[in-house]
Write a protein that binds this ligand. Structure first.
Ligand SMILES: [Zn+2]
Ligand SMILES: [Zn+2]
Length: 762
């Protein structure tokens, strides 16, 4: 009995807990912990996160547990401690939120937790087969929240008054539904317009169902019913762009794959965010699901509602695609769905829980020991990217395709959900709405706005209307800066952009770039030799145009395109006119796909490259064409013309050509990047751009570069393509002393003293 006092005498401390600590069950967790350890004091939400005052013995154990045992959705970034004088206190209480609670975060939407799934399947539970069951560990968050603090009255659940049973759970710190703002039950919560049985029966009968999901309406149909899938394609005017499918379990997903799933693929499939995961596809579903591709996007149920669809039949496979008619943003409102999806969906399944902000399903792909995002939205937004240091509040608005916006606050960067292509008024409205929503959630006013260097983009013009200082950032610099932001990389380093089109600092089309990055400045030290783009934008949609121009320039037979209507016109034009050039790697893929007869006209962005990768996957890796035969390298300019000449050989089988393309590209890009790294004395490489999503190419390239001892980083937490641009723009606009030097650095720029031999302007 004498030994007890040695521990320590009672202390009182104030703990400031920062991170994602509101709306995640943190306060009841603290309450239970304090009660179990017989401590006195209080916990409350406030403007900076959670504030705890606690008094008693063994406080170090309490603080340790605060970090280690935090609830699943919480992310504790820091616990700051201040010693206070002890004072009389009795018991531990949860105090009401401080109304100034704005400098915090809300978590993304989260898949139904195991405990709620158990309730869903428990005939004795009041949540039995209730599609909107949730608790503090799961359910919608971002998509139902209007503003902070995250309290029920600031969410779309405010429309549903809690029944007595739910109110009792909500008020009980011992319940996992204590202050669960998304709480609802069949008595008091939203109801589905159709029964689950009716929905499943309709799907089974070949119907196309529009279902209000977490972040918007999805179009569903039976993925084994080819007629239904083709009907969906025809009604959606979507000829061949692949659809994603939803299946009931990881085992069902694995059964669709052409090889055993990698651990990381399984992990992503089953993660709380529930993204669509691109898997190698064995082709067992309806042929119209993913025509011509060796990959399939697969997701598991992301909410209780989706779980119920598979409850009675684990073998069901559903096409699940965003309901975004005409390339406009996702439909989120029932009345809007009945109007705009009329003629597409046979049935609209609605409910009264309002979606405050839309969020598409996220798409990821396993890749070189990690994963890359193809689309980042539901389940990840608004998780913050840590920029490593404080800086001004900056808003960035991306470029044109796959646009996201980013807002920074202190050292955090909030990257919005995927917004879409800014080629219609509705998507621009969505951008505006998303900016307002981010500003409301982050509680900061931006001081400047970063945009693309292209003066004519809708995003650039929008930025110029905001009355803030505008910082234009070159497209490929932004790709590189996004990788720097995410990995905390500091200049100097070598930036590499393997991309499609981006507006170059000289006004021409860039997209295969080597950039020496200094502290807030950059210089173009290399690029791909240009390819002709006859017809400009049309050439990107119709790869045969580039291929024909390549054949002409190489003096090779181009009769393979003679049947195409516009071919003779194009031939005449090539003789008479000066054709714009592009240094984009994406155009090399386009040209190769058309030369090999794999894809001459693209129905969707990136189709040629995806089909090339699919073709290559059917044969083993091959020996690359070496320097000279496959490519040439001179003064930082990499020419892939020899490779294209080789691919023009009509005796080459398409899939062998596709394999040769990938192998030779990896070899050529490796030599090009390594030469620049050596010439500039750089060892760190930030690799960005849309082509980084090509696993066949990038796995090979990364292995080669890393074998040389280079430290190569790619984007892991935001898309490698244009969906990551806004993060890069925001980061660059905070860092940039001189935003864009081209072709020569100014005297104030640290790159001005770089060795002249490195200059490769051509
Ligand atoms: Zn739950
Ligand atoms: Zn209730």
């Amino acid at each position: 009995m004498i030994t007890v006092v040695v521990d320590e005498t009672a202390r009182r401390v104030r703990l400031r807990v920062r991170g994602t600590v509101q709306g995640v069950g943190f306060r009841p967790f603290v309450h239970q912990l304090a009660a179990a350890m017989q401590l006195d004091g209080f916990v409350r939400n406030d403007a900076d996160g959670v504030l705890v005052e606690v008094q008693g013995r063994r406080l170090d154990a309490f603080i340790d547990a605060l970090r280690r045992q935090a609830p699943p959705l919480a992310r504790v970034d820091a616990v700051e401690l201040e010693e206070l004088a002890s004072r009389p206190d009795a018991g531990f209480v949860i105090l009401p939120s401080d109304p100034g609670a704005t400098r915090t975060r809300i978590p993304p939407d989260v898949v139904t937790c195991d405990a709620c799934l158990a309730d869903l399947n428990d005939a004795q539970s009041r949540f039995y087969r209730y599609p909107f069951v949730s608790c503090t560990h799961c359910g919608p968050r971002y998509t139902i929240t209007r503003r902070l603090p995250y309290d029920r009255e600031h969410t779309s659940m405010a429309a549903f008054a809690l029944c007595p049973e739910c109110r009792a759970d909500y008020a009980n710190p011992a319940s996992r539904r204590y202050h669960a703002e998304s709480l609802a039950c069949p008595r008091c919560g939203p109801r589905l317009s159709h029964s689950i049985d009716a929905i499943v029966a309709l799907l089974r009968a070949g119907a196309i169902v529009a279902l209000k999901g977490l972040g918007g309406f999805q179009l569903l149909c039976d993925a084994r019913d080819d007629a239904a899938v083709r009907r969906l394609r025809q009604r959606k005017s979507r000829a061949s762009k692949p659809f994603a499918v939803m299946v009931g379990s990881a085992a069902a997903a694995a059964a669709l794959a052409s090889r055993e799933l990698e651990a990381i693929e399984r992990e992503w499939l089953e993660s709380r965010a529930r993204p669509i995961v691109l898997l190698p596809y064995a082709g067992a579903l309806a042929p119209a699901v993913a025509p011509g591709l060796a990959h399939l996007g697969v997701m598991l149920p992301c909410s209780a509602l989706h779980h119920l669809l598979f409850a009675d039949d684990g073998t069901l496979a559903l096409v699940a695609t965003s309901a975004n008619p005409g390339g406009e943003p996702l439909v989120i409102d029932g009345a809007d769905a009945r109007r705009r999806l009329h003629g597409i969906a046979d049935v609209v399944v609605d409910h009264a829980r309002e979606i405050v902000v839309r969020a598409d399903d996220s798409v990821v792909r396993a890749h070189a020991g990690g994963a890359v995002f193809l689309r980042r939205a539901r389940g990840y937004v608004p998780e913050a990217i840590d920029l490593g240091a404080d800086g001004p509040a900056v808003l960035a608005v991306g470029a044109h395709q796959k646009v996201t916006v980013t807002l920074t606050r202190g050292r955090e960067a909030f990257v919005s959900q995927h917004l879409g292509t800014l080629d219609n008024a509705a998507t621009l409205d969505f951008l505006e709405h998303s900016v307002r929503h981010l500003v409301a959630l982050a509680g900061v006013r931006p001081e400047r706005v970063a945009c693309d260097l292209h003066p004519d983009l809708a995003s650039t013009r929008w930025a110029e209307r905001q009355g803030l200082e505008v910082v234009p950032v070159q497209h490929h610099v932004a790709h590189v800066a996004a990788v720097m932001a995410e990995h905390g990389l500091r200049a100097p380093l070598l930036g590499v952009a393997l991309d499609g089109y981006g507006f170059g600092a000289d006004g021409s089309a860039w997209g295969g770039e080597l950039l020496a990055i200094g502290a807030g400045c950059w210089r173009r030290v290399g690029h791909l030799a240009g390819l002709p783009l006859p017809g400009g934008d049309r050439a990107a949609r119709q790869p045969w145009r580039i291929a024909l121009a390549v054949l002409q320039q190489l003096g090779l037979d181009d009769s393979r395109f003679a049947d195409l209507d516009a071919a003779s016109t194009l031939r005449r034009m090539l003789v008479r006119m000066c054709v714009p050039q592009s240094s984009a790697l994406g155009r090399v893929f386009d040209a190769a796909a058309a030369l090999l007869g794999i894809c001459t006209v693209q129905d969707y962005d990136g189709q040629a490259a995806m089909q090339l990768e699919a073709a290559a996957s059917s044969v083993p890796p091959c020996v690359p064409l070496p320097h000279g035969a496959g490519f040439t390298l001179a003064g930082g300019v990499l020419s892939l013309w020899p490779l294209l000449g080789a691919l023009a050989d009509p005796r080459l089988a398409p899939r062998d050509g596709a394999a040769l393309l990938h192998a030779t590209l990896a070899c050529a890009l490796d030599a090009w990047i390594a030469a620049a790294a050596a010439a500039h004395g750089l060892r760190v490489v930030a690799l960005g751009g849309g082509c980084v999503a090509n696993r066949r190419l990038v796995d090979d390239l990364l292995a080669r570069l890393r074998a040389r001892g280079l430290d190569v980083r790619v984007a892991r937490r935001v898309p490698c393509g244009d969906g990551g641009l806004s993060l890069g723009q925001a980061h660059w606009a905070r860092e940039a002393a001189c935003a864009w030097q081209y072709p020569h650095a100014s005297s104030s720029c640290c790159l001005a003293t770089a060795p002249e031999s490195a200059s490769t302007a051509s």
